[in-house]
Design a protein around this ligand. Structure first.
Ligand SMILES: Nc1nc2c(c(=O)[nH]1)N[C@H]1C(S)=C(S)[C@@H](COP(=O)(O)O)O[C@H]1N2
Ligand SMILES: [Mo]
Length: 229
């Protein structure tokens, strides 16, 4: 077991909580399913020679790893010492993606698409570090639908919004890719590194803390209520 992204101090602006709530942007609250089904990950993008699918059988070929890490939501809550298990993104990339990359292209951006309609993007460079995994287990049990079954990206050095749940597709792109409408672009930092408090763009992290923190309680409630209905 490896300990990553762990120090005894919390990163700037974060506050620890004891539970691990279901969370996200409010439009996704209602899109909960008890069972998000089996893994069928569509691989595409302008760098991929031909589209293909990755299933659980593919991931089982890779070395399984576990990591203990803290999880930091951009709204300032942190849950400490979660134990994730799955496969390293870098192993997945090397084995299944690299052979399918077109000779004339360089991958910069990786776009994640989720079954609930959620999308996020990461720089490939940020995904190839040792602490980034595609997780199918949390705290030594199969990942539940609350936290992202069948498969979720875990990138603990980046805010929660770069840790997409319910993965259904991954795109490998050579060009910049922005899908937030201009008015909401401030909410998405291309890297969103927790240690640097890259909560968003245009505004400093300390300012966004104050805007986001009051929303935590009502968001958690909404995500709880919509799960039960
Ligand atoms: N598919 C999907 N992934 C998602 C979200 C979401 O709403 N849908 N919310 C993101 C945000 S903002 C956070 S903080 C974490 C919350 O993860 P949790 O619900 O497991 O606590 O998931 C991230 N990944
Ligand atoms: Mo979040």
């Amino acid at each position: 077991m490896q300990n990553f992204s762990k120090t005894n101090d919390l990163p700037p602006g974060q506050q620890a909580r004891q539970d691990f709530p279901r969370f996200g942007l409010t439009p996704y609250a209602k899109r909960y399913q008890k069972d998000f089904g089996k893994l069928d990950l569509k691989i595409s993008g302008n760098c991929i020679k031909s589209v293909f699918d990755v299933t659980t059988a593919h991931l089982e070929e890779l070395h399984r790893v576990a990591l203990t890490a803290d999880f930091h939501c951009v709204t300032t809550w942190t849950v400490q010492d979660l134990v994730w298990s799955g496969v390293r993104f870098s192993d997945f990339y090397q084995r299944f993606i690299q052979p399918k990359i077109s000779d004339t292209k360089t991958v910069y951006w990786v776009i994640f698409k989720s079954i609930d309609g959620y999308r996020s993007r990461m720089l490939l460079e940020d995904l190839l570090t040792d602490d980034v995994i595609l997780a199918d287990q949390l705290n030594e049990r199969p990942l539940c639908s609350i936290h992202g079954a069948p498969l979720r990206l875990v990138a603990p050095a980046h805010y929660g919004y770069k840790n997409p749940k319910y993965l259904k597709a991954i795109e490998f792109q050579s060009t910049n890719y922005q899908f937030k409408p201009p008015l909401l672009a401030f909410m998405e930092h291309p890297r969103a590194r927790v240690a640097l408090e890259e909560r968003g763009r245009f505004f400093p992290g300390w300012l966004l803390r104050g805007i986001y923190r009051p929303m935590i309680k009502s968001t958690i409630r909404l995500f709880e209520v919509t799960m039960k209905s």
